[in-house]
Design a protein around this ligand. Structure first.
Ligand code: PMV
Length: 315
């Protein structure tokens, strides 16, 4: 028995940073994301040769507490036999490129088929969220939300409905030093900006949904850059501070702002890592990619479009 699923990372435009109290891994802030194409986690499940689970990540045998916790969570609700998990990312892992989002969306989708659970999309999104909040959004392609009232991720627009491009500027390929879960807890406990971050994100979320419905790129650009900078303000004002940016990260921010000021339809966003994602309309993509590739400290760039949700490749 072998099942393979694929899922793509998603990049939040309105960010999730912070968790609600209680169970279920509910975010403190609602979020809106775009799912990318091209970058992917591909996860193959086979029956374990013994009574244990086995995990191989990017070709190396691994002990991964988050994957083990995900299996334990699912086994509370379903009978899932011992399994061998073999997962590969075609991009740097745990470096602020949302590898946990694509990884867990692919894993839940694969387990669903492997164990014959017949989960609906909503249910896959709930289990993905419990494993890693942002993973819920990678169940869907195009634009997706994770917000009130039920904090179940939902699709908003297909990739074709508003085909944006994203130029990713890689400024550092190392794994990040602070996990998102620990970082969020630190921010909640120590940043003086945490409360205003949570309350203002609820307003940004509603405004972003309207901008997306109106295909209003400029409005979405303002809201997205503001959400990104507010989140990094919270991170940087936490104790100990989380400063994910490299010098080239800041150079990219300035370059994108200058291009935008000259009238190019582009804006930046950055997650818990040093990479910059420049979101643009297709007519701007070549100039944006050339400009970011020229910046000192940018190791490489990748240009992607919007992609599909998590799905099976073969069974
Ligand atoms: O899903 P987690 O726990 O890895 O948290 C993701 C947090 C950010 O990527 C920084 C923002 C987001 O909404 O994806």
């Amino acid at each position: 028995m072998s099942v393979t699923a694929i899922a793509h990372p998603n990049i939040a435009l309105i960010k999730y940073w912070g968790k609600q109290a209680g169970d279920g891994n509910l975010p403190a802030t609602p979020s809106v994301s775009i799912t990318l194409d091209d970058l992917a986690s591909t996860t193959r499940l086979t029956s374990s040769p013994d009574a244990d689970d086995h995990i191989t990540l990017n070709g190396e045998s691994a002990i991964d507490p988050k994957i083990s916790a995900c299996l334990t969570m699912l086994r509370r609700d379903f009978g899932i036999p011992p399994v061998s998990i073999d997962s590969d990312n075609n991009f740097p892992t745990a470096a602020g490129l949302a590898s946990s989002a694509s990884g867990f969306a692919a894993l839940i989708t694969a387990i669903d088929a492997f164990a014959g659970l017949n989960l609906q999309d909503d249910d896959r999104a709930v289990y993905a969220r419990r494993a890693s909040g942002s993973a819920a959004r990678s169940i869907y392609g195009g634009f997706a939300t994770l917000g009130p009232p039920d904090w179940v991720a939902r699709p908003v627009l297909t990739p074709e409905a508003w085909p944006l491009n994203v130029v990713i500027a890689i400024t550092d390929e190392n794994r990040k030093s602070v996990s998102s879960s620990l970082g969020m807890k630190t921010s909640e406990e120590t940043s003086p900006y945490y409360e205003p971050w949570v309350s203002s994100t609820a307003r940004d979320y509603e405004a972003a949904l309207k901008a997306i419905a109106d295909r209003d790129f400029e409005r979405l650009a303002d809201l997205s850059e503001s959400s990104c900078l507010k989140m990094h303000g919270v991170m940087q004002s936490s104790q100990p501070p989380m400063i994910y940016w490299r010098p080239a990260t800041l150079s990219c921010i300035h370059a994108v702002r200058e291009m935008r000021a000259r009238g190019l339809p582009v804006f930046f966003t950055i997650d818990a890592g040093p990479q910059v994602k420049a979101v643009c309309l297709p007519e701007a993509v070549d100039r944006v990619a050339d400009a970011l590739a020229d910046i000192t400290g940018v190791l490489s760039t990748r240009t992607v479009g919007l992609g599909a949700g998590a799905r099976l490749l073969e069974t």
